[in-house]
Design a protein around this ligand. Structure first.
Ligand code: TYM
Length: 379
């Protein structure tokens, strides 16, 4: 089982407990995103992104190699995705925000995979009709973020399998059941679709190489739970004559209920892009914080922003200005800023963001067809 000790577990299908990212770097064999590489990426992009600057994207695989290729004139493409098991929550959008920035700065194409097959196979209660419905719904969130319609393609696995299957088969032939079992913690009673699935998630990392007939570098922004798929894909890639995909790893936007990752199945732990202002208010008011049990104690001893999901919401998404974020942190630590004020301010920011996002989601319905790939279509 990957990243599994008594206190925390990180696999593509389960994130539990207080994640220790330093230990994940060691256990998964990641490379920390150090200052030199961060500065190089910033120089090539022409500016920086708060998710990089604040260490939310904390690790990588072969990003330095990808930038070497880029500097020598070999353009890369982007690949990321979503397992459509419900509505999109703000955590899912963390890797998409960075993907959008990378597309804007580097002019890169993006392939976006909707693994409706995965969620059907892994969630006993979901039908293919439901995962399809969620995939098309989640696609609106992706489009609403403003990805370039000329450079972005979204596909549902069950629509695009004609193209993906031939790539997936090549991978499947080189991966044994015992490797899949050890990597993902599957068991003798896992259904056989689950065993095969990783080869479908690997496939888009090679799609441009297949289409163009020559190796094209691929960069995959994701949160670290998805890394095990690409560890396998990277092992197999050279055996098939492909470049290994490069990866950029994000931490998790924490659950509003405290501890671990937010979860689609626990409504109060996450804010969904479809939530109403009333739901946002209720969820943020009920959130766990780094505050003290009484106001008097908080005034005296201060709060703890490092364990506070509300503070993380500001740091990951809702505060652009580093100085303002630093000031909020200082005021929390000193006991000057109480949780009520901090939550009230966040409610306003989240509500404004969602109001605008929901408008863009509605407009996306008119253009979603332009983004979707079916059958054997390519760009
Ligand atoms: P899924 O739907 O679980 O998650 C979509 C993306 O969001 C990331 N993520 C988070 N990031 C920050 N904070 C959180 N709380 C949080 N929760 C989830 C996930 O790591 C993921 O990047 N099998 C995949 C779909 C997929 C994919 C891909 C993802 C297909 N191909 C390539 C990344 C790259 C899935 O079920 O993701």
């Amino acid at each position: 089982m990957t990243g599994n000790r008594e206190e925390f577990t990180v696999t593509p299908w389960e994130v539990r407990g207080e994640v220790n990212y330093e230990r994940l770097v060691v256990e998964f064999g990641l490379t920390p995103l150090n200052k030199d590489l961060y500065e190089r990426l910033t120089r090539l992009a022409g500016d920086t992104h708060k998710l990089l600057r604040r260490g939310v994207f904390f690790a990588h695989r072969d990003l330095d190699w990808l930038l070497d290729k880029y500097e020598r004139g070999e353009m890369f493409y982007l690949y990321t995705g979503r397992g459509p098991s419900g509505h999109t929550h703000l955590g899912h959008m963390v890797p998409w925000f960075l993907t959008k920035w990378l597309q804007d700065r580097f002019g890169a194409k993006l392939y976006f995979q909707m693994t409706d097959d995965e969620k059907f196979l892994f969630k006993p209660e979901l039908t293919l009709e439901k995962t399809r419905k969620y995939a098309l719904d989640n696609a609106l969130d992706v489009i609403a973020l403003g990805f370039d319609p000329d450079k972005t393609k979204i596909f549902l696995d069950t629509d695009y399998i004609g193209f993906l299957y031939k790539i997936a088969l090549q991978f499947a032939k080189k991966i044994t059941f015992s490797t899949v079992r050890a990597t993902f913690g599957l068991t003798e009673s896992s259904n056989i679709g689950q065993i095969f699935f990783t080869s479908i998630q690997a496939a888009p990392a090679f799609i441009e190489s297949i289409i163009t007939g020559k190796n094209v570098p691929c960069l995959i922004p994701l949160a670290v739970d998805q890394d095990p798929h690409f560890r396998l894909a990277r092992d197999v890639a050279p055996k098939l004559g492909f470049y290994k995909p490069a990866i950029l790893h994000s931490k998790f936007l924490p659950s509003l209920s405290g501890g671990g990752k937010m979860s689609s199945s626990e409504a109060m732990s996450a804010i969904f892009t479809t939530d109403s202002p009333e739901e946002v208010r209720k969820k943020i008011w009920n959130a766990f914080t780094g505050g003290r049990p009484t106001i008097a104690e908080q005034r005296e001893k201060g709060g703890n922003p490092d364990i506070c999901p509300v503070f993380h919401y500001y740091a990951f998404i809702f505060e652009e200005d580093d100085r303002a974020l630093g000031e909020r942190r200082k005021r929390c630590l000193s006991g000057d800023l109480l949780c009520g004020e901090c939550k009230e301010d966040l409610i306003k920011r989240v509500t404004n963001f969602l109001e605008e996002h929901q408008r863009k989601r509605e407009r996306a319905r008119d253009i979603v067809d332009k983004f979707l790939l079916r059958g054997e279509q390519t760009f």
